[in-house]
Design a binder for this molecule. Structure first.
Ligand code: GLC
Length: 486
């Protein structure tokens, strides 16, 4: 079975993982120096959010050179060193690719190669149509000469025109560039955005997920298959039903897609079960593995989403064992393994997210889940780097949540993730078992899993192998356990 079908993949947000040079911003040598943490955690692979040359309008998701490392993160030689060290530690490396848009500082846009982007006639002084940007406001902006261009995200991220063969050829070449350097795969940003509907199409439900996008991924799959070693790609596809997401992971397209329904699920047993069943059915329909995720660099951290303080952490730990107990592959976002909460009280002047900026502060934005990781020590920046501070301030009360502090504590969230990932057994099927209201109980090839999402206490049929919180003979609310199957 291919490695990615049951893998645990750890997402690194390079700006916030580890800083080697003291400028307060994480970088590639910092990541390399901390790879033993990932080897110790036992994950199969890491996915790096963008580290390419960028004006950093959207944390690097605005790329101005797809074949180079931004100086703030290091050099191509630093990337090669990271890759070599990861491979030495048996960790595969997936890099982000951003094909929906470039930065407005990309030479194509800067040099006025307009046929490679989506330009359209305005309606007098109004934009060509009513499409809205994902960050708020119109999806169209004007250049000084009056021409309107499309940006599904920030105005600094003009959408590419995928009907232009030069755009297709360029991205094929970029894939080859990183594959021949040795990367194990790609995370495809806004994978469902590349093909635009007719701009006169009104009313419009979504700019995204047009049928013609699939021919692009059939082409990409052929490129991936040219390389040995089971290279893979995972698609970011959101705001559409599981059956439509599954089309991106048909046998001749990409390998996985993120499960945003699972990520967005409320702490509700019936709803979670419905989402699990729908996800399994959609993936099985195309022979792809289901995937699971509870956090990433765009979403509020689960500890804060699921409750406050003690309850939030307890549920996040239960959600982690539920996720890691499901068949298929799972994604873990940096800091999730430390049970970090969202940082809600960042001062306005340090916030950088365009979601915050473009909404005039109405939306809190995503900086609160991007606060740098605490590694060790008693005060900020907690070993993040040799400098005095990190690019976002770290809460002083994270002293007890550092990697070093949690390593020493057998009951820590870090040790829960470590035990779960190490004990986890590859599984591809799920059978529900009877359980009282509020309890989800299922068996895979790996374990018998029971998650109590707030129902009455459930008598455990056998001794747990692993529990998200202490249990006696019964399973208390907001707790998940793994037991031997059979
Ligand atoms: C994806 C990324 C997000 C980014 C957006 C635009 O959704 O995950 O961080 O802002 O694409 O590139």
């Amino acid at each position: 079975m291919e490695w990615w079908r049951t893998a645990v993949i750890y997402q690194i947000y390079p700006r916030s993982f580890a800083d080697s040079d003291g400028d307060g911003i994480g970088d590639l040598p910092g990541i390399t120096s901390r790879l033993p943490h990932l080897a110790d955690l036992g994950v199969d692979a890491l996915w790096l959010s963008p580290f390419y040359r960028s004006p950093m309008v959207d944390g690097g998701y605005d790329v101005s050179d797809y074949r180079d490392v931004d100086p703030v993160f290091g050099t191509l030689a630093d990337f090669d060193a990271l890759l070599a060290e990861a491979h030495r530690l048996n960790l595969r490396v997936i890099v982000d690719i951003v094909p929906n848009h470039t930065s407005s500082a990309h030479p194509w846009f800067a040099q006025g190669l307009r046929d490679r982007y989506v330009f359209a006639e305005g309606r007098g002084t109004d934009p060509p149509n009513a499409w809205q940007s994902a960050f708020g406001g119109p999806a169209w902006s004007r250049l000084p000469d009056g021409a309107w261009y499309l940006h599904s995200f920030d105005p600094g991220q003009p959408d590419l025109n995928w009907d232009n063969p030069q755009v297709r050829a360029e991205f094929a070449d970029i894939l080859h560039f990183w594959l021949s350097r040795g990367v194990d795969g790609f995370r495809v940003d806004v994978a469902h955005g590349l093909i635009k509907p007719d701009i006169s199409e009104i009313p419009l439900i979504s700019i995204f997920d047009q049928d013609r996008v699939h021919e692009i991924y059939r082409g990409w799959r052929k490129i991936l298959d040219e390389y040995p070693g089971e290279r893979m790609a995972v698609a970011e596809v959101f705001d559409t039903e599981p059956e439509r997401v599954a089309r991106y992971v048909a046998a001749d397209e990409l390998h996985q897609a993120f499960n945003f329904d699972f990520l967005e699920a409320p702490w509700d047993p019936a709803e979670l079960r419905r989402i699990i069943d729908a996800s399994l059915a959609a993936a099985a329909g195309v022979g792809a593995p289901p995937t699971w995720v509870i956090s990433n660099h765009d979403r509020r951290r689960p500890v804060t989403r699921f409750g406050d303080g003690v309850v939030g952490l307890r549920r996040a730990r239960a959600a982690a064992l539920l996720m890691l107990g499901l068949p298929g592959a799972a994604y873990v976002y940096q800091g999730e393994e430390l049970g970090l909460p969202e940082v809600l009280d960042l001062p306005d002047e340090v916030r950088t997210d365009p979601q915050w900026v473009r909404s005039g502060g109405a939306e809190p934005g995503r900086d609160g889940c991007r606060v740098p990781l605490p590694w060790e020590g008693d005060e900020p920046p907690f070993g993040f780097g040799p400098g005095e501070r990190a690019w976002l301030p770290m809460p002083p009360d994270w002293a007890g949540r550092t990697v070093a502090a949690q390593r020493a504590d057998p009951g820590s969230t870090l040790n829960l993730y470590r035990d779960a990932i190490r004990l986890r057994r590859p599984a591809t099927t799920l059978t529900w078992r009877p359980a009282p209201d509020g309890v989800l109980c299922f068996e895979t090839e790996g374990f018998l899993v029971a998650a109590n999402l707030g129902g009455s206490a459930f008598t455990l049929p056998r001794e747990p192998v692993l529990a998200s919180s202490p249990v006696g003979g019964t399973l208390p609310p907001d707790t998940t356990v793994w037991m031997e199957p059979g």
